[in-house]
Design a protein around this ligand. Sequence first.
Ligand code: ATP
Length: 207
Amino acid sequence: MRIVGLTGGIGSGKSTVSNLFKAHGIPVVDADVVARDVLKKGTGGWKKVVAAFGEDILLPDGEVDRPKLGRIVFSDPQKRQILNRFLAPYISSGILLEVLKLWMKGCKIIVLDVPLLFETKMDRWTNPIVVVWVDPETQLHRLMARDGTTEEDSKSRINSQMSLDLKRTKADILIDNTGSLADLNENFQKVLVQVTRPLTWTEFALS
Ligand code: ATP
C-alpha cells in the first residue's frame, strides 16, 4: 500500500486538497479527526488533559473546551509541549489503526493528512510527501477569514508551527496554493497523476 503524506501550514489548504483526493476516490486518514477523538470525554487523552489543566478546561457537558485549551497552549510553549507529550502516543496509534483498517480493506493508495507530519516524524511512513504551500500574507488572511480570529492570534498560531518555507524544502511534490481555487484544481490534476503512477524500481528500493 502506498501512503501519501499530505501536510502544510495552518490554513495553507490541506483540508481543501484532502477533499480533492477524497472526491477522486482516494481515502484520507485525517490526523485532526483522530486528534479530536482522543480528547473525547472519558478517553485516556481526556483524563490526562483534565489532570494537567484542571476541570476549568471542561464545558458544562464534560467535553474539553477546545478553543479555551487552544488559547492556553498557543500562548505558552511549555504548556503546548506538555499537551503534545500527553497526546502524541494516542494520536499516532489512532492514525496507525485507521491505516490498518484501510489496508485490510485492500486499499492500494491512501493519503495521510497530518499537519505535523515532519514534527512528529511521521514523514518516515509516507512516500511521496505532498506539501501545500501558500505565501505568508495569503495564509494569514485566509486563516483570519476562516476562523474569525485576530491578526495577533492568527500570527501566534502560524509562528507556533515549523516554518512553511522549511516544510516546502522537504516536499517531494509541492502544491503552491496562493492562487484561486480554480488554479488549485488545475494543479491538483497533475499531482493526482504523480501520486497514482507506479513507482520505479529505484523509487521502490529507496522508499
Ligand atoms: P488547518 O491546518 O487549520 O486545518 P488547512 O491547511 O486545512 O488548515 P484549509 O481549511 O483547507 O486549510 O484552507 C484554509 C481556508 O482557505 C479555508 O477557508 C479554505 O476554504 C480557504 N482556501 C483554501 N484554498 C483556497 C484557494 N485556493 N483560494 C481561496 N481560498 C482558499
